[in-house]
Ligand binder design. Structure first.
Ligand code: UDP
Ligand code: MG
Length: 313
């Protein structure tokens, strides 16, 4: 019997979890020829999320949980899920019903009948999301498509159903700086893109503020592209060239027409401009250095506080 593992990262999801659990339970009855495993990852929730999950586990032995010692973020939660899932098929799923469990049968069918290794989902609409957030999200995907060599699809969600071999590849990518959408693209494999309309979360609040998303997008860019480093060095070369030309012009003009002190405000402007560009380039370098720093420390990506699974990794 083949097994499906669902990885569900949860951070303060006490309100949404009962609806989610009921829906997965309903869907699992439609997929009788598979064994199910629900792996809830409690990412250091401050509300009753863990109690709610333990409640499910009491009556349902398909429910497993890992509870982190503190909040490590969704990326850490997903990685813990991948490391501990035992299924032949593994899916990552949000607890808030924005990744509809009812899509699972269709996704399984595509993998089994059409020979794909994974089925990924993308939202074709962003209904119910603030306009400004949608605008910046679109811009991020456009930039990412231009400057990195992995394909990160616009509107792609983390919701995916994958075969075991793909999960093994993800587990092998144990980097500290994680950006899953990039990792999924980087490892390759044949992926089918399933499109669906955006669904709003059933209960609770989104955990992503605009600032958090902005930082996450920078993470995506600097993890999968070195274009910012190239921009920094090219702007350096360009400015040096401009400076040399300008110097020649000033020198020749002084020889022909003599020197006068007019023009110092423009000099100040140039100094400020060049200083700004230099600081910007240093900042870009700093971003990459801080990544190397974090990566070399090889700290664990998550720490488990408690679990009802034997042999947790
Ligand atoms: N999540 C998590 N750790 C965090 C933030 C979020 O495990 O630090 C989980 C959250 O519980 C949810 C999923 O990641 O199941 C997606 O979060 P959310 O719905 O807030 O994001 P959005 O759908 O608004 O992008
Ligand atoms: Mg959500």
């Amino acid at each position: 019997m083949q097994k499906i593992s669902l990885i569900i990262p949860c951070y303060n999801e006490e309100e949404a979890l009962p609806t989610f659990y009921k829906e997965v339970d309903r869907v699992s009855t439609l997929l009788e020829k598979y064994e199910f495993e629900m792996l809830f990852i409690d990412d250091g929730s401050k509300d009753k999320t863990l109690e709610v999950i333990k409640g499910f586990a009491e009556t349902d032995n398909r429910v497993k949980y890992l509870s982190f010692s503190r909040n490590f973020g969704k990326e850490g939660a997903m990685y813990a899920g991948f490391c501990n899932a035992t299924g032949d098929y593994v899916a990552v799923m949000d607890a808030d019903m924005q990744d509809p469990p009812s899509l699972l049968p269709e996704m399984l069918k595509i993998i089994e009948e059409q020979g794909y290794d994974s089925v990924a989902t993308r939202r074709v609409t962003r209904k119910g999301e603030p306009k400004i957030r949608s605008f910046f999200a679109r811009m991020f995907y456009k930039i990412m498509a231009k400057i990195s060599d992995v394909d990160v699809v616009d509107g792609a969600r983390d919701f995916r159903l994958m075969k075991r071999k793909m999960v093994n590849a993800i587990v092998a990518m144990s980097e500290t700086n994680r950006f899953s959408k990039g990792i999924f693209g980087w490892i390759g494999f044949k992926t089918y893109w399933l499109e669906y309309e955006n669904v709003e979360r059933v209960a609770g609040q989104t955990k992503w503020s605009f600032w958090k998303l902005f930082k996450y997008s920078l993470e995506g860019i600097t993890n999968f592209s070195d274009a910012p480093l190239k921009i920094a060095s090219f702007s350096g070369i360009f400015l040096t060239f401009v400076a040399v030309v300008a110097l020649l012009v000033v020198f020749i003009r002084a020889l022909c027409f003599g020197d006068n002190v007019a023009g110092w405000p423009s000099t100040i402007c140039i100094i400020l401009f060049v200083g700004g560009v230099q600081l910007f380039c240093l900042g870009v370098m700093g971003q990459y250095i801080s990544k190397i720093f974090r990566e070399t420390k090889k700290r664990p990506i998550y720490i488990i506080g408690e679990s009802n699974k034997e042999d947790v990794k």
